[in-house]
Design a binder for this molecule. Structure first.
Ligand code: GLV
Ligand code: MN
Ligand code: MN
Ligand code: MN
Length: 405
């Protein structure tokens, strides 16, 4: 099946007709449809299909027990109203690259795996890369059991209702030991390639990043009858904190975002009792990130005190800086620079990826495909089909170089 027809088949799955964006959240019906699609692609190619103990899907050409396997793939889940490319481009390109290699008559000397990691975006349970974190051991089973969605459904409950056994969750070192290299292809989530005029790039590093929950607790009261001086309104220190985050990020050359908020009781005519805001912050280095988060928290405590509001700050997740494997990165550069005239710039990114989570266990690398506007995590996310096909060919070259004679 061509890249074009695979892409067209996956495109309607989990798409909201209202926004045009995707809501493929972990263990929902849309996620199940994506998983069915993956299994069908694997079986149509005669690959050995399996779901691992953490719900990640794998398709194998050859026997992974032979070791030194070369794996490619990404994720199929999305953020709320996400775009079509973040994740699926890497999975569709993986199957298309295998087709391309078979068309070339390539002879594989190593097992080849295609993977769909579960719950990469963390849209439902608040933690990104749940599937790869569990597999690597970066997330413990106890921590995973405590993950809860906005409706109070726990991760094990959600898995169970989707027909998966949550009793098997846990680290999977034997699986990782069989993998010699993991290469994830991804749409670029910035404009570096567009600005440099290149279709494909290689990742150098992922910025350290994390999520912090700020709970401002005040006092619910009547919006019409409560004098301003008598209020303990948590919305006010929250709003001031949003502005402080922007200031701190600007000073540190970092980024900081409050993109999700919860308000209780959430009534137009009630002063809130609770405003819960999630800070996502990222920086090129750890010291700058620390400066931002410490600065925002300090400012928030001052604002909360000034309004007679309590504040709790909880770090919900954190991923340290990732430097992708230098030898593998250089190898990709050599492979892609060899036959083609392709200039392949090496770039860093502020976005998290399963490849980053796995990078301290196995050699990992990433390929980026040009995104002309740089927009991502939005329905407007886009990559031209020509560039996607260039990505498939680059991935095929890389897999051929790594896994074939
Ligand atoms: C996931 O894509 C993230 O970087 O937040
Ligand atoms: Mn994403
Ligand atoms: Mn992604
Ligand atoms: Mn991501």
């Amino acid at each position: 099946m061509s890249f074009h027809s695979m892409w067209a088949e996956l495109l309607p799955v989990g798409r909201s007709s209202a926004s045009g964006g995707y809501r493929r959240h972990a263990w929902t019906g849309a996620d199940a449809d994506c998983r069915t699609w993956f299994q069908e692609q694997a079986e149509a190619r005669g690959l050995t299909y399996e779901t691992d103990r953490n719900g990640n899907q794998w398709a194998w050409l050859g026997d992974p027990a032979a070791g030194n396997a070369v794996v490619t793939g990404s994720h199929l889940d999305s953020v709320p109203d996400g775009g079509a490319f973040d994740g699926p481009l890497g999975v569709v390109s993986a199957f298309a690259a295998l087709d391309e290699l078979r068309g070339r008559g390539a002879r594989f000397t190593k097992p080849l795996g295609i993977v769909n990691f579960g719950d990469e975006e963390g849209a439902r349970f608040g933690l990104a890369c749940v599937g790869s974190r569990l597999t690597s051991g970066a997330l413990t089973v106890e921590q995973a059991h405590r993950l809860t969605d906005g409706d109070g459904v726990t991760l094990p409950q959600a898995m169970e209702s989707a027909g998966y056994d949550p009793g098997t969750l846990g680290p999977d070192p034997e699986r990782l030991a069989r993998i010699g290299a993991f290469v994830e292809l991804h749409v670029e989530q910035g404009r570096a390639l567009d600005l440099s005029g290149d279709r494909i790039g290689i990742a150098s590093a992922i910025w350290p990043h994390g999520r912090w929950r700020f709970d401002f607790r005040g006092e619910a009261n009547h919006a019409g009858t409560t004098r301003l001086a008598d209020r303990h309104d948590p919305m006010l220190p929250y709003a001031e904190t949003v502005l402080a985050a922007r200031r701190e990020a600007e000073l540190a050359g970092a980024v900081a975002t409050f993109g999700k908020i919860g308000v209780e009781p959430n009534g137009v005519n009630a002063i809130p009792s609770l405003v819960r805001g999630w800070l996502d912050s990222r920086a090129a280095d750890q010291a700058s990130l620390d400066t931002v988060v410490t600065g925002v928290e300090k400012a928030a405590r001052g604002y909360a005190a000034a309004h007679g509001v309590d504040l709790d700050v909880v770090r919900e997740s954190f991923t340290p800086v990732v430097e992708f494997d230098h030898a593998l990165r250089d190898e990709l550069g050599r492979i892609l620079g060899k036959e083609t005239e392709l200039r392949v710039p090496v770039l860093g990114t502020g976005a998290g990826h399963d490849a980053g989570i796995l990078s301290d266990r196995i050699p990992t690398a990433m390929l980026f495909v040009r995104n002309p506007t740089g927009v991502s995590h939005s329905p407007a996310e886009y990559a031209a089909e020509d560039d996607c096909v260039a990505g498939v060919n680059a991935l095929a070259d890389v897999l051929e170089g790594l896994a074939c004679t």
